[in-house]
Write a protein that binds this ligand. Structure first.
Ligand code: PFF
Length: 469
């Protein structure tokens, strides 16, 4: 008779768990899923995914994105989580601990990861700061104009004001610090468990509103009509880059979260659920945005201007638009929060484990460093607008360095390490929970993919990122 293992009924007897209770960890299977999904769901779902899909061939792009998440994203995510759980340590310590030979510098992957977390946080907290500011602006009615020129001016006023930019970034950092200090279970897990369902409900409400507007079908066409001719090789490669950013990969976030997974958590099914739910949120965001944009005859824009200029005008055009606008920026702030917590946790876990600082002091130090580095991104549209490196402002440079260089390189080394150095035996044990899960065939498939397919695909992404082709 087949033995089925219920995730919640297996008692934790492994010594790894006693150490995990000292350093904190997720407390339930559902909480683990929410926290991990909270990292994946972020501002990337709200403006990167929908606008990239619309611009790059609709359903055709979604198919390529799906393949990228299946053959690149999932293997990297599974590798990170299983190794983090095995080592029960921050990303640098995990790589050092699992390395077959102490003379091999695999820990450098961890160092690059902590560095990427800082760089992403530096610009991400700024965009999140704008989102938080927009909650208040939309409540006060200051954004209620159907004229994009007026909403554009409101945005320009915000980003070109150095004091306001810094202030909102610091408010975001302070809020995140308060949650992080409470710990992995009481802080991160508890917060994401509350915010994600609310986010989902608000997103569905806004999507239904958008879809029931006259003229909404044009937006559906924009989003879903498969246009294989716009599927250039650049679009294919950017779909893979998006998979990295979307699923928070290649920089130790998932390794750190994996170190908080319980021993009985089913890693393959959890990661698959995270990937599919993240995709669902992205598609819902597309449905919440584009039908309405087309229904009111606005131009489709991408990046921050879609979020902060077009969307306010779109909502201002619909009945009860101010309520939907507040809802929209609230849900965007919830999405950004889960993602930022996971980014914040990478350096905090490192500092709390590798220095004498306790979690509170590690959090304060991280927030301080982030405020310092982040301020260069926050001032990129004002005081430092003319300060560029390789023709990019600090904001754009941090985005470029992390997404196009550090994350793909990190992902490549992680899968090479997992597949070729940590090895098949360890992978089998880790993914079957020491033989308790009967998923041998799935694990065999994973091993083939992680050893051969993913590294090859990743090298292609990297060469593109470096502009080789
Ligand atoms: N996945 C997040 C998003 O889609 O907005 C961004 C992100 C979070 C990237 C955490 C990297 C990370 F470690």
């Amino acid at each position: 008779m087949p033995v089925t293992i219920n995730e919640s009924t297996v008692e934790q007897t492994n010594p790894a768990n006693s150490s995990s209770s000292q350093r904190g960890g997720f407390s339930s299977a559902l909480g683990t899923l929410f926290a991990t999904l909270g990292s994946a769901v972020g501002l990337g779902n709200i403006w990167k995914f929908p606008s990239m899909t619309g611009e790059n061939g609709g359903a055709a792009f979604i198919i390529v994105y799906l393949l990228s998440t299946l053959f690149v994203g999932l293997p990297v995510m599974i590798s990170e989580i299983m190794m983090g759980r095995k080592a029960r340590a921050n990303v640098i310590k995990t790589m050092r601990q699992l390395s077959p030979s102490k003379s091999q510098p695999w820990w450098l992957i961890g160092v690059a990861g902590v560095l990427s977390a800082f760089l992403i946080m530096a610009f991400y907290t700024e965009v999140a700061g704008w989102v938080f500011a927009y909650i208040f602006k939309s409540i006060s009615g200051g954004l209620l104009s159907t004229d994009p020129q007026i909403t554009s001016q409101a945005f320009v006023d915000l980003v070109t004001n150095p004091l306001q930019s810094l202030l909102w970034q610091w408010i975001v950092l302070a809020l995140m610090s308060l949650i992080i200090i409470r710990g992995v279970s009481k802080g991160i897990e508890a917060t994401t468990k509350r915010l994600l369902p609310l986010l989902l409900v608000m997103l569905v409400v806004i999507a239904i509103r958008g879809l029931t507007l006259p003229g909404a079908s044009q937006g559906l066409n924009f989003l879903f009509k498969p246009d294989f001719s716009s599927l250039t090789s650049a679009a294919i490669l950017s779909a893979m880059g998006l998979a990295f950013f979307k699923l928070s990969l290649g920089m130790g976030t998932m390794t750190t979260y994996g170190s908080y997974f319980k021993d009985d958590q089913n890693i393959p099914t959890t990661t698959l659920r995270v990937m599919l739910s993240d995709l669902t949120v992205s598609l819902l965001a597309g449905l919440a945005i584009f039908p309405a944009v087309f229904a009111f005859g606005f131009e489709v824009t991408s990046g921050p201007s879609l979020l902060f200029i077009t969307i306010p005008s779109v909502f201002a055009s619909m009945p009860f638009g101010s309520i939907f606008m507040v809802m929209f920026f609230l849900l965007a702030s919830f999405a950004a929060t889960g993602a930022m917590l996971s980014l914040f946790e990478v350096p905090v876990a490192f500092l709390a484990e590798n220095t004498r600082l306790n979690r509170t002091k590690a959090t304060i130090l991280t927030a301080f460093l982030l405020a310092l580095i982040g301020s260069t991104a926050a001032l990129s549209s004002s005081t430092l607008a003319d300060f560029t490196i390789f023709g990019k402002t600090m904001f754009d440079l941090f985005d470029f360095l992390s997404s196009n260089i550090l994350m793909p390189i990190g992902g490549l080394f992680i899968v090479i390490f997992a597949g070729w150095f940590w090895g098949e035996k360890n992978i089998r044990k880790a993914l079957s929970n020491n033989g308790l899960l009967k998923n041998e065939r799935l694990v065999t498939l994973f091993i083939v993919i992680v050893k051969y397919l993913t590294p090859i695909l990743l090298i292609v992404v990297m060469l593109n990122g470096l502009g080789v082709f």
